[in-house]
Ligand binder design. Structure first.
Ligand SMILES: NC(=O)c1ccc[n+]([C@@H]2O[C@H](COP(=O)([O-])OP(=O)(O)OC[C@H]3O[C@@H](n4cnc5c(N)ncnc54)[C@H](OP(=O)(O)O)[C@@H]3O)[C@@H](O)[C@H]2O)c1
Length: 307
């Protein structure tokens, strides 16, 4: 099968013929139709995370996969050949950017017949992270106000819609055409971070989702109400700054969780949440997709199709 392989940190990813993965008794072999890229793939490739995510080479890139069940392990129940599924592979193992992927059955969720594989592939990491941060850690509820940085990005585009679905007031940052995109996704207020200063404009926010880090994170403490929360997806927040502002702050690390993914899929169906797709490219044009992901400018998800 064809797969996007890395032979070492920072090596140019190459499309190679490799053996179809062998499944264990608790695994499912998925015929991959679409896979989504994430900033994590770029960070894994660069080696910047190798102390936390040590890769074994040759490594097949990618964590997010959507496709059909091709084969099931001896202990697997509940899935049959041909079922439409979506899931997230362990990033250290990788394996989503290939024509077939081996994934533990417990990490899978069903894809509705009406949903495209491209739409489904964009969901596991980005929507799963938004869900975990907003609802499981952030405890966001009706009538609360949340500031979501990078509202037009992969995580932000889902976060806006999930926050709206729970009845929160949503403020997002974006720039250029991202401002209209974030508004269309449901943000009540969008601040163009290139021309306006969110830190001067906002106060009494209950929750900040920091997808940027650095100065953006530091300046976000000031917009929170006393007792509010800052959750960073990028860098551990400064504890001293948090206590100086009488708020709590923590780093959220997204863990693959099939039960969460099934809840996310169900909420997406109920609430009409959409996958914002920046671009879809065939596997042979993977290099274009990877460069776009590395640019940090994507509007939503970058999807690679296998069939
Ligand atoms: N901790 C975890 O488990 C976890 C999980 C998922 C993601 N993450 C991290 O979270 C970050 C966001 O992920 P993602 O998938 O949403 O990335 P992404 O899709 O690559 O985000 C791209 C978006 O970021 C916007 N952006 C860049 N700088 C900005 C700024 N200063 N203010 C507001 N928006 C800005 C860009 O808009 P413009 O082009 O208009 O600037 C673009 O739309 C990444 O660093 C990723 O690694 C962490």
């Amino acid at each position: 099968m064809k797969a996007v392989r890395l032979d070492g940190y920072n090596d140019v990813p190459v499309i190679r013929d490799i053996a179809i993965p062998q499944i264990g008794p608790d695994d499912v072999l998925v015929r991959v139709h679409a896979s989504a890229l994430n900033p994590l793939d770029v960070k894994l490739h660069s080696g910047v995370l190798q102390n936390y995510f040590p890769l074994e080479f040759g490594y097949t890139l990618g964590s997010d996969v959507a496709g059909t069940v091709e084969a099931i392990g001896a202990h697997v129940t509940g899935w049959s050949k041909g079922d439409k599924v979506v899931g997230r592979l362990d990033p250290v193992s990788g394996g989503a950017l290939g024509e077939f992927a081996c994934i533990p059955a417990k990490q899978l969720a069903s894809v509705p017949a009406s949903m495209s594989f491209e739409t489904a592939a964009g969901i596991p990491t980005a929507a799963g992270t938004a869900w975990q941060a907003l609802l499981e850690v952030g405890d966001l509820g009706v009538g609360q106000t949340v500031l979501i940085h990078a509202g037009a990005g992969g995580v932000g585009s889902f976060a806006i819609q999930i926050a709206r679905a729970v009845g929160a007031r949503v403020i997002a940052t974006a720039s250029g055409d991202g401002v209209d995109i974030a508004r269309t996704l449901g943000a009540d207020q969008v601040i163009d971070y290139r021309s306006d200063d969110f830190a001067e404009m906002l106060s009494d926010v209950d929750l900040v989702i920091d997808t940027i880090g650095g100065e953006t994170q530091q300046r976000s403490f000031g917009v929170l109400r006393s007792g509010g929360k800052l959750l960073s997806l990028v860098a551990p927040p400064d504890e001293a700054l948090a206590s100086a502002h009488h708020v709590t702050a923590s780093f959220v690390f997204h863990m693959s969780d099939g039960a969460r993914l099934r809840s996310v899929m169900s909420s997406i169906g109920t609430n009409g949440i959409k996958t914002l797709i920046d671009q879809t490219v065939p596997l042979d044009e993977f290099a274009t997709a990877f460069a776009r992901q590395a640019s940090g400018r994507a509007r939503g998800k970058i999807i690679v199709t296998m069939v």
